[in-house]
Design a protein around this ligand. Structure first.
Ligand code: NAI
Length: 327
C-alpha cells in the first residue's frame, strides 16, 4: 500500500472546510488508493471547532484517513506537506476598503508562503482558495521565493469554480451533457472581471458557439451569470458558496496530481504566455500530466477577447500594486 500524503488545509473550521475535509479523507482528491494525513490550521479561537470536525472525521472511519491534527502554528501545519489548500482568509468586514482587505490578507499570506517554503515538501502543490485568491497566491509565492526550496510554479489560485459554473451554463443553454463539453477556459482573476471564453468549446465534435448561435447571450446573460454567481448564491442562501467551492478545490488538485486529458482552467503564475506579465496569478487553459501542468499555447486571441483579458489583467495589476510594499 502507498505511503500517506500530507494535506494541509487552512481555515479548517470554516464552511468550505466542512465540505472539503470529508471528501479529501474519502479519497476523492488524491485517489481511492491513496492514504492521507490531514494537517489542519485555523486561528487559536477556532481550535475547539476544528477538534469537533476531527471527531466527525474519526466517526466516518475512512479507510484512507491515516491521521488528522489541528494547530494554530503554520510551521506545524505545513511540515512535510505534499499539498496545501489555503482556504482561511480575512473576510471583508463592514466599512473595510478594498486596499485594507488586500493588506490584511497580505499579512496572512506572506506568513503562510514563508512557512510553506520553510517546512513543506520541496515539490509541494499549493492552491489558494481564500479571497482575493489570485493576489493571495501571488503574495504567498513571492514570500516563498525569498526562502527558495519550493517550486514557484506550484503556487496557484482557484479559478475552477468559475470554470465549473461556466460549464453548467453552457450545458443548460445547449442541452448537451456537461461531460461532453471540452476546451473551456476562464481567463484572469477570480472576480466578476473573469473572462469565461467558450470560443473553443466543443460537444461531441460540434462547435458550442455555433450551437448557441446567439450573439447577445454571451455579453447579456452568460458572462454576468458566471461573473456574479457568487453574489447570487449569497443572495439565495444567505451564506457564500461553500460546497461548490470545496468541489472546485478537489477538482483542481485531482487534475493537477492525477492528470487530465482535457483542458482545465488553473490559476497559475504567468510565464509570460498570452502577454500576461510574469508572476501574475491568472486563469489559463492548462493540461496536466505526471503531476505537472502546462499552459496551452497558441490559441487565437481576437480583439474582443484581448479587451476582456486586458480588463481582468488590469484589476490584478492594481491588486499587485496595492500589496507591492508588503513584499
Ligand atoms: P469561513 O468564514 O466559514 O471560514 C474561514 C475560516 O478561516 C475560519 O474558520 C477562520 O477562523 C479561518 N481563518 C481566518 N484567518 C485565518 C488564518 N490566518 N489562518 C488560518 N485560518 C484562518 O469562510 P468560508 O466560507 O470557508 O470561505 C473561506 C474563503 O474562501 C473566503 O475567503 C472566501 O471568500 C473564499 N472563497 C473562494 C472561492 C473561490 O472560488 N476562489 C469560492 C468561495 C469562497
Amino acid at each position: 500500500s502507498k505511503a500517506p500524503l500530507r494535506v494541509a488545509v487552512t481555515g479548517a473550521a470554516g464552511q468550505i472546510g466542512y465540505s472539503l475535509l470529508f471528501r479529501i479523507a474519502s479519497g476523492e482528491m488524491l485517489g481511492k488508493d491513496q492514504p492521507v494525513i490531514l494537517q489542519l490550521l485555523d486561528l487559536p479561537q477556532a481550535q475547539q471547532a476544528v477538534k469537533g470536525v476531527i471527531m466527525e472525521l474519526d466517526d466516518c472511519a475512512f479507510p484512507l484517513l491515516a491521521g488528522a491534527f489541528t494547530t494554530d502554528d503554520p510551521a506545524v501545519a505545513f511540515k512535510d506537506a505534499d499539498v496545501c489548500l489555503l482556504v482561511g482568509a480575512r473576510p471583508r468586514s463592514k466599512g473595510m476598503e478594498r486596499a485594507d482587505l488586500l493588506t490584511a490578507n497580505g499579512a496572512i499570506f506572506t506568513v503562510q508562503g514563508k512557512a510553506i517554503a520553510e517546512n513543506a515538501k520541496e515539490d509541494v502543490k499549493v492552491l489558494v482558495v481564500g479571497n482575493p485568491c489570485n493576489t493571495n497566491a501571488y503574495i504567498a509565492r513571492a514570500a516563498a521565493i525569498k526562502v527558495g526550496r519550493t517550486n514557484p510554479a506550484n503556487y496557484h489560485g482557484m479559478l475552477r469554480l468559475d470554470h465549473n459554473r461556466a460549464l453548467t451554463q453552457l450545458a443548460q443553454k445547449t442541452g448537451r451533457p456537461v461531460s461532453s463539453l471540452k476546451q473551456l477556459v476562464v481567463w484572469g482573476n477570480h472576480s466578476p472581471s473573469m473572462y469565461a471564453d467558450y470560443r473553443f468549446v466543443t460537444s461531441n465534435g460540434d462547435s458550442v458557439k455555433a450551437l448557441i448561435n446567439d450573439p447577445v447571450w454571451n455579453n447579456d446573460v452568460f458572462l454576468p451569470t458566471v461573473g456574479k454567481r457568487g453574489a447570487a448564491i449569497i443572495e439565495a442562501r444567505g451564506l457564500s458558496s461553500a460546497a461548490s467551492a470545496a468541489n472546485a478545490a478537489i477538482d483542481h488538485i485531482r487534475d493537477w496530481v492525477l492528470g487530465s486529458d482535457e483542458w482545465v482552467t488553473l490559476g497559475v503564475p504567468s510565464d509570460g504566455s498570452y502577454g500576461i506579465p510574469e508572476g501574475i496569478v491568472f486563469g489559463f487553459p492548462c493540461k496536466c500530466s505526471g503531476g505537472k501542468y502546462e499552459i496551452i499555447q497558441g490559441l487565437e486571441i481576437d480583439e474582443y477577447s484581448r479587451g476582456k483579458i486586458n480588463l481582468t489583467l488590469k484589476e490584478l495589476e492594481d491588486e499587485r500594486a496595492a500589496v507591492a510594499s508588503m513584499l
